[in-house]
Each structure stands twice: as structure tokens, then as C-alpha cells.
Write a protein that binds this ligand. Structure first.
Ligand code: HXC
Length: 520
């Protein structure tokens, strides 16, 4: 009896501590936080993981700082909730900063907590999801806190390419703190309640005299449209968590797992004749490549990544016969589908992500070339364009390319062409696989002949027609074996699935080396 009382007293103490930890920064702070439209750190985790699956670690950890009387303020958990749970049954590790506790600021203790679950994630081959809502380095701790960030960065790098890393920015994220998210694979932001910048509006005002608001400088829209730092800009906290769950469905748990396969109810031989009406007869007319993709993939479902940035190229995930695939496609509706610096950076990073995690790559090509201009040249389109070549050539996952229309010059080679170790190249009868468009070619090689002709206009038109007949088609490439098959567009889905099935056990290796030197 006496023993039972002792135990129940001890359990009471545990209950008290648990209650205290669950209060976070207390009622007032919580009220202020909620008033800003944000969910709490715990509510976010609840939406993120499967119901009842979250197991918290280090709930009672406290900081050890004694400067500025910090020993009088030692909240349990120290401003971050860490642990593991399941997303659609799959193990994930998560940390979620609690802004109500000392502004979610990063103490050395907080960093240790985060590092602990990152280490566990890496050892157990499971994705890491970071939910950031923090005033940055805990100012009272000074350099110790900075050291904590450095330990996080190092783990982000160690985990890169081994387990998927996803970050949600759901409040402030400023200064050096921005670099952990940007080392991860996907960054989510929430419109109007999150921001990221290296230096804030006040510093900018002092140094460059520019006036800019936090939202304009580093809000979700700025990073999703202008900088490309954010892959997804969501409407609110709940949507952000649900989108992460969605994304996780397409990813394996680690680099040793295969791309996930879900049961498929969409017929694998479903003809897709609609594509013939999507692609206009007139090669100068744009069309929406998204419609082509949606037509082909399982259940027409495509999860677009980086939707608002570099819209001249499309990247994202879908399924073909249940198997997750990464799609890369030129978008003729934007800049005629030309490749520019941002498009090259966007696609190259996506391709490398897919390759790291064994996700096959399907490419749709309609590309007239690289975007001309001094701006592009001086900002280094040469180096950035090379990233795509590097990424495609390096990727050892199954790679299948479909040329719908234009595939001109260097851009043709870059877009997953056969000679960049692509496995299957399919071309539509509408494909124009050539060194350049007929007009450009004729103007160069027949300049004198056109100038000397009695009717230069007519001569040019005749020569263009001849060039088109000879080169602006898929058959020269087919003769040379640079494409494997010319297919009716209606057969695209069937052929893609057959190709991926054939490539299921593909093994391809690079020469042994420490690592390559991608033109960064
Ligand atoms: C300690 C902090 C803190 C921090 C916020 N708080 N940031 N405490 N260290 N970095 C505390 C506040 O004192 C306050 O405590 C509580 O958190 C809530 O903050 P508020 O200011 O009331 O909230 P809000 O008005 O929403 O403003 C949020 C904010 C602001 C814009 C983030 O708090 C702010 O400017 N904080 C400092 C940001 C900063 O300079 N951080 C260091 C960046 S350098 P009380 O008790 O009053 O409620 C950095 C380097 C990383 O991070 C380097 C990595 C290599």
C-alpha cells in the first residue's frame, strides 16, 4: 500500500511536468501567437503526422545559460518539440520550433535536441521534417547558439542525398538561420505569416536606402516567384502540413529504397488522343504543357514543384502505373519554353533530387533554345545551363524523354537527349529535331543566295520550306538512332509505362571518384 502511494506520487510529478511542458510559453504568449493566425508548434505536428503516431523526445530538456538571469527562465523543452511519427504509415522525424517559448530562439540545447533527431533519422533512413518558427540565434547565449546552427548545417549536409529533408517556414527565419532550410530538399512557406531573409528591411534601408516590407523582401510569394528559395507557397499552416504529407507520398524513405509504388487503378494502356488537340498545328503557337502531363499520368494527378518560379520549365511528381516519377518539361506558354538561368537551376536541382532518391525521370521536350540577351550571358547562362547537362548526364535512374515539338540546338541536347545517358527517347510525328529553326538556318546558310535572288522573299520562303521538309521532323534523328521510336501522341502513356517497366532493374554506374564538380 505504502509502495503504491509512493509510485502514484511519482506519477503525479510526471503528470505535473508533462502539463507544464504542454503549456509552452503560457496562456498570454499563446494568445498573441494565435492572434497572428499561426497554429502552435504542437498543432502543426498533429496535422502533419498520422493520428496518434507522434512520439515526443526530450520533452524535459532545458537550457544551461546563466547569462542575463536566464537561469530564472528555463522552460521545459526549450522552445522546440522533437520526435518521430508516421505519415501514411511511413516513419518520419520532425522538429517544430515553439515561438511562444523565448521566441522559438535557437539555444545550444535546442540545437542539440534537433541534432539528436537528425542523427536518428539518418541512422534509421527516414525523412526529416523541420518546422521553423524562430527569432533566430538565442541572443543571451551568443556564440554558443551560433555553434548550434553550425552543427545543424553539418547534419543537413550529411543527410543530403541520404534521406529526404523538408522544411516549413511558418514564422520568422532571418540571418544565418536561413541556411539550414536552404540546405534541405524542399522549402515550404506560408503566405503573409512567414519570411526569410539574410538581412532585414532595416539593415537594407541603412545600407542601400531601399524601402521594402518584410513580406515583399522575404515573404512566401517573393521566394516562390522571384528567388526560387521556396518550392511551395501555401495559404495557411494547415495547408502547409497537408502538402508536406502529399509530397512525402512520392518520396522513398532514403536513398537505398526504391521510389514508392501505390496501387494503380488507371489503365496502363489508356490512349491519350487529347494530346493531339492540345499541341497546335502551327509550330509558332504556344500550348500548355501541363495539360499534356496531366493527360498522361495516373488519375491525371500532378504535384507541381516550384510552380511560380521559372515557369518556362515545369518540374514535379506524378505516378505512372503507380510508380512515382519526376517530370521535367518545357512550357511553351512561357518564354516559348526557352531555357534561361532560373529554368536551368530549377530543373538541374530537381533532376539531382530524383536521382539521389531513385525516382525515374520523364522529360517532355518542346524547346526552341536558350534565352538570348546580355542579361542572361552576363549572369552566367553558360555555367547555369551546364548544370542541366551535368544533372542529366550524371543521373543513373531510368530516364525517358518525349519530344513533342521543337528540340533545337544545344537546348535539344540538354533536355535529356539520348547522348546524355538517357535510356529511351520517343518523338511525336510533330517533333522538329534540328540544329535550329528553319528560318534561322536558312538566313545563315543561304544569305548570299537569298540576296542575289530576283525575288529574295520568295527565295527565302522556298528555302525555308525545303529545309523544313528535310530537317524539321523526327526522322533524321530516328535514322541516326538518336531517338528510339516515333510514336503517335495517343500512345504516350502506354509507351512511357512500358519503357519504365523495361528499365525497372536498370543499373548504371559512374567511374569511382570522391564526387564530381558540378558547375555551381
Ligand atoms: C532571444 C528572442 C529572440 C532571440 C525573439 N525573442 N527573438 N529571445 N533571442 N533571437 C523573444 C523576445 O524577446 C520576446 O520575449 C519573444 O521572443 C517574442 O518576441 P517578440 O519580439 O515579442 O515577437 P514579434 O513582435 O513577433 O517579433 C519577432 C521577431 C523579433 C521579429 C523575430 O523578436 C526579433 O527581431 N527578434 C530578434 C531577431 C534577431 O535579431 N535574431 C538573431 C538573428 S542572427 P518576451 O519575453 O519579451 O516575450 C541569427 C544568426 C544565426 O539568427 C546564425 C547561424 C549561423
Amino acid at each position: 500500500m505504502e509502495q503504491n502511494t509512493q509510485i502514484s506520487n511519482k506519477v503525479k510529478r510526471l503528470d505535473l511536468l508533462n502539463d507544464l511542458a504542454l503549456q509552452g510559453g503560457g496562456a498570454d504568449k499563446l494568445k498573441k501567437h494565435k492572434a497572428s493566425g499561426r497554429l502552435t508548434a504542437r498543432e502543426r505536428i498533429e496535422i502533419l503526422v498520422d493520428p496518434g503516431s507522434f512520439v515526443e523526445t526530450d520533452r524535459f530538456v532545458t537550457h544551461r545559460c546563466t547569462e542575463f538571469e536566464m537561469q530564472k527562465n528555463k522552460p521545459l523543452g526549450d522552445g522546440v518539440i522533437t520526435g518521430y511519427g508516421r505519415i501514411n504509415g511511413k516513419l518520419i522525424f520532425v522538429y517544430s520550433q515553439d515561438f511562444t517559448v523565448i521566441g522559438g530562439s535557437m539555444s545550444k540545447t535546442q540545437a542539440n535536441k534537433i541534432c539528436k533527431i537528425m542523427d536518428l533519422a539518418l541512422k534509421n533512413g527516414a525523412p526529416i521534417i523541420g518546422i521553423n518558427d524562430s527569432g533566430g540565434a538565442r541572443i543571451q547565449e551568443g556564440i554558443e547558439s551560433l555553434a548550434g546552427y553550425a552543427e545543424l548545417f553539418t547534419r543537413n549536409v550529411m543527410a543530403s542525398g541520404a534521406v529526404p529533408q523538408i522544411t516549413a517556414i511558418m514564422g520568422p527565419c532571418a540571418g544565418g538561420a536561413v541556411y539550414s532550410p536552404s540546405l534541405t530538399d524542399f522549402v515550404f512557406m506560408v503566405k503573409n505569416s512567414s519570411y526569410m531573409f539574410v538581412t532585414g528591411p532595416e539593415v537594407i534601408k541603412t545600407v542601400t536606402h531601399e524601402d521594402v516590407t518584410k513580406e515583399d523582401l522575404g515573404g512566401a510569394s517573393a521566394h516562390a516567384q522571384k528567388s526560387g528559395v521556396a518550392h511551395f507557397a501555401c495559404e495557411d499552416d494547415k495547408q502547409t502540413m497537408l502538402y508536406i504529407r502529399e509530397l512525402l507520398n512520392f518520396l522513398p524513405s532514403n536513398n537505398l529504397d526504391d521510389a514508392p509504388i501505390l496501387p494503380n487503378h488507371d489503365p496502363i494502356d489508356r490512349p491519350v488522343p487529347k494530346i493531339e488537340s492540345i499541341i497546335p498545328d502551327n509550330p509558332k503557337k504556344p500550348y500548355n504543357m501541363l495539360e499534356v502531363i496531366q493527360e498522361v499520368v495516373d488519375e491525371h494527378y500532378f504535384l507541381e514543384v516550384h510552380k511560380a518560379w521559372a515557369a518556362n520549365i515545369i518540374v514535379g511528381f506524378a505516378r505512372l502505373n503507380g510508380r512515382a516519377v519526376g517530370l521535367v518539361a518545357n512550357q511553351p506558354q512561357v518564354l516559348a519554353g526557352c531555357l534561361d538561368i532560373d529554368a536551368s537551376r530549377k530543373a538541374a536541382r530537381f533532376i539531382r533530387f530524383c536521382d539521389s532518391f531513385n525516382i525515374p525521370i520523364v522529360t517532355f521536350v518542346d524547346v526552341p533554345g536558350f534565352l538570348p540577351g546580355t542579361d542572361q550571358e552576363w549572369k552566367g547562362i553558360i555555367t547555369h545551363g551546364a548544370k542541366m547537362i551535368y544533372a542529366y548526364a550524371e543521373a543513373s535512374v531510368p530516364k525517358v524523354t518525349v519530344i513533342t515539338r521543337k528540340a533545337y540546338g544545344g537546348a535539344y541536347i540538354v533536355m535529356g537527349s539520348k547522348l546524355l545517358r538517357s535510356d529511351v527517347n520517343l518523338a511525336y510525328p510533330t517533333a522538329e529535331i534540328a540544329v535550329m529553326g528553319a528560318e534561322g538556318a536558312v538566313n545563315i546558310i543561304f544569305r548570299e543566295q537569298i540576296n542575289k535572288a530576283s525575288d529574295p522573299q520568295q527565295e527565302r520562303a522556298k528555302l525555308i520550306q525545303e529545309y523544313e521538309n528535310k530537317f524539321s521532323n523526327p526522322y533524321v534523328s530516328a535514322e541516326l538512332g538518336l531517338s528510339d521510336e516515333v510514336i503517335e501522341p495517343a500512345m504516350t502513356r502506354k509507351r512511357l509505362i512500358e519503357s519504365l517497366e523495361m528499365l525497372k532493374n536498370k543499373r548504371d554506374i559512374m567511374p569511382p571518384k570522391k564526387h564530381g564538380n558540378i558547375p555551381l
